[in-house]
Design a protein around this ligand. Sequence first.
Ligand code: 13P
Ligand code: 13P
Ligand code: MG
Ligand code: MG
Length: 337
Amino acid sequence: MFMARKTTISLIKCDVGSLAGHHIVPKPLLNIAEKRLKQAQEKGLINNYYVFNAGDDLELLMVHEKGESNHRIHKLAFDTFTEAADKALKLKLYGAGQDLLKTAFAGNICGMGPGVAEMEIEERGSDPIVVFAADKTSAGAFNLPLFSMFADPMNTAGLVIDPNMAGGFKFEVMDTLENTTVVLKSPEEMYELIALIGTVQRYVVSRVWRASDDLICAAGSVTRLSLIAGKYVGKDDPVMITRAQHGLPALGEILVPFMHSYLVEGWMRGSHWGPIMPVGLKDSKCTVFDGPPRLVALGFQVSNGQIASDDMGKPMVADLFDDPAFEPAKRCNWRRC
Ligand code: 13P
Ligand code: 13P
Ligand code: MG
Ligand code: MG
């Protein structure tokens, strides 16, 4: 019997310390992540990886076949963050080890501070993926765009045009205060869904599936740092993974919610609301009023258990917001609030 290949995409992030306040992850810390993940690839634990930063958050994108919540993958992330935080401490970087709220690893990095988005997929004939990583905002920041992508026909023409999407999508919503989840189906339960996810401080969309066959389409991080620490210690700075095309929203339908900015919780000291700013990797660094909250999006193909790579073995990753099409969102006229 033909068994589809199961591949896992893990995006695990942590603020381990940064340069000049909460601005960027400096090179020595990125180098530690590169070194650790390269070793893990050589040992066969992961198939390949891409290290990047969202402002002051160190992002480990790993593709492997170990499934979600795998303790060896989570330990790899934890050890990487710990080594980087030690280096940050030596360099007296700002907020060294900021998101490592718990330091005794017990098999899973969830609940320790770092943000985790993971998705195990059965690879389709071609599987385009977009990962998002934000800085200076909180876990509910993706509620609105996820609704637009998978529930709003004015955003996603495919909901009307593509028969494979006509059955709608199911949203798992997490109540981060009570630690409970509910699954709501759009379009039938759209109003109930909006009633919950409009309260972004509490309710967070954690997963989305295609309703007709339960195909997983999106997974986001739900970590609320302030609930783990019991006080404000920094922003959640969430991450998210989405799948695109062929019976799912097209790449352009996944990106169009970011063409115009919208207000998110976060910015200076996490106590304001600010316009999210989609940027290319070169602008992934918060400045004015410790913001505006920034968002990067990377596109790639998952192919035979890996991020599809070029002839030199280098993962091919598209820097999707490095595009003048997003100038309206970058230039929007806002005031702090
Ligand atoms: P699919 O090939 O994924 O159905 O997308 C078609 C399309 O027109 C995208 O804009
Ligand atoms: P980070 O969570 O990105 O470290 O931001 C903390 C902060 O308070 C910025 O003003
Ligand atoms: Mg920080
Ligand atoms: Mg941050």
